[in-house]
Design a protein around this ligand. Structure first.
Ligand SMILES: N[C@@H](CCC(=O)N[C@@H](CS)C(=O)NCC(=O)O)C(=O)O
Length: 215
């Protein structure tokens, strides 16, 4: 594929929603270009970027001549257009279990710790707020996983649930969530991060990463 035909991912290195899409692209061996959008200096609020993503958030994926927003819509599009190495199981019940966990993470958990929400909550309370809501969500997700997990969230195949879980665990650790309370989540995270697509999509492997690992 020519350089200028590659999909373009508008991404921020530490964005969990961008990370989901990076993992799926890498899992499916889709070569792509990254355009970093620095959330800390409000690049996502510029007129130029708002024209691309009216919700003023990352990720945005330009692919097949189209501009796609919302990470879950992008993940579903990649599933439907790149069927090799699927991240959704073929039978409806197992697929529903995966989508249920995806919803628990991406719809019930992540929004409470989003930058604009944390800014509104204020510097003094934002860390406790994020820690509280991630802990609350992980209690439910851990229970859910006790009936679905094998090596990964649902059985022994990597799915979109794992793609969403790993970035959420990263955020949980950043917020000081006590991960020893969540042994299944921790075990699945440890299994996933050994895999190439997760290693290469890790925030610290991104071109716009602005901090050394471990700080
Ligand atoms: N539902 C959206 C959420 C996207 C989102 O919240 N992105 C965050 C980074 S993970 C963001 O750009 N936040 C900017 C802000 O809150 O101002 C999706 O899944 O794509």
């Amino acid at each position: 594929m020519e350089l200028d035909e590659r999909p373009i991912l508008y991404s921020y290195w530490r964005s969990s929603c961008s990370w989901r899409v990076r993992t799926s692209l890498l899992w499916k061996n889709i070569d792509y270009n990254t355009i970093p959008v620095n959330l800390l200096v409000n690049e996502h609020k510029s007129a130029e970027y708002t024209a691309i993503n009216p919700m003023q958030e990352v990720p945005t994926l330009v692919i097949d001549g189209n501009t796609l927003t919302q990470s879950l819509a992008i993940l579903e599009y990649l599933e439907e257009t790149h069927t090799e190495k699927p991240l959704l199981p073929s039978d409806p019940l197992t697929r529903a279990k995966v989508r249920s966990l995806v919803g628990a993470i991406a719809i019930d958990t992540q929004p409470a710790q989003n930058l604009r929400i944390l800014k509104y909550v204020g510097d003094e309370k934002s860390q406790d707020w994020a820690k509280h809501w991630i802990t609350w969500a992980f209690e439910g997700i851990e229970k859910q996983l006790s009936s679905t997990a094998g090596n990964y969230c649902v059985g022994d195949e990597v799915t979109l649930a794992d793609v969403c879980l790993v970035p959420q665990v990263f955020n949980a650790r950043r917020c000081g969530v006590d991960m020893s309370r969540f042994p299944i989540i921790s075990r699945i995270d440890a299994n996933c991060v050994k895999l190439e697509a997760f290693k290469l999509s890790d925030p610290y492997a991104q071109i716009d990463c602005s901090e050394p690992k471990g700080t």
